[in-house]
Write a protein that binds this ligand. Structure first.
Ligand code: CA2
Length: 157
């Protein structure tokens, strides 16, 4: 099972600036933690970070047929990007949207997620642990989908 982890603009700055808001962990450290917990469950992860909306849209489209699920933190594009929302809807893969901070107790402009409507679920406010929670949730969802598909295949025989 393969899962894509897509990180939006400025998340490459984690652990470097604004540690009071997003904590001390770097993106690389978060990804290393995810990798080791995924490996224990036989899951392959593919990581992608971009500061450009179009590149994120391209990456989401490339997920089709390549991965079984997506973990995405669209960062600031969460609040603005119809293009990312449409791309997620187009590929229609199980998707968990993650926010390190609790966007609902921050500035008003962060309290609305445009992209969330194209996700299976949203995790916000648990710091980097949210990525781990997303991995657990997505693994469960993908395992259930696989079991349903196999049962359908066996019925058709
Ligand atoms: O809480 C989250 O995960 C956010 O998606 C993070 C975004 C923000 O625009 C969203 O409203 C909520 C910002 C990511 C930028 O991260 C930085 C890290 C270090 C220094 C500056 C920005």
């Amino acid at each position: 099972m393969k899962i894509a982890v897509i990180q939006g603009p400025n998340l490459n700055m984690l652990g470097v600036r604004e540690k009071n808001v997003y904590g001390p962990m770097t993106l690389e450290q978060i990804h290393e933690q995810m990798k080791s917990s995924a490996a224990q469950n036989g899951i392959e992860l593919e990581f992608f970070q971009s500061n450009l909306e179009g590149e994120i849209v391209d990456k989401i489209q490339e997920c089709l047929g390549e991965v079984q699920g997506i973990i995405i933190n669209p960062a600031a594009y969460t609040h603005t990007s119809i293009a990312i929302r449409d791309a997620l809807a187009a590929v229609a893969l199980p998707t968990v949207e993650v926010h390190i901070s609790n966007i609902y107790k921050r500035e008003e402009f962060r309290q609305k997620s445009i992209t969330a409507a194209s996700s299976t679920g949203v995790i916000a406010g648990f710091g980097p642990f949210g990525y781990h929670m997303a991995l657990i949730a997505l693994t469960q969802i993908c395992t259930e989908i696989k079991a349903i598909e196999e049962a359908q295949k066996n019925q058709a025989k």
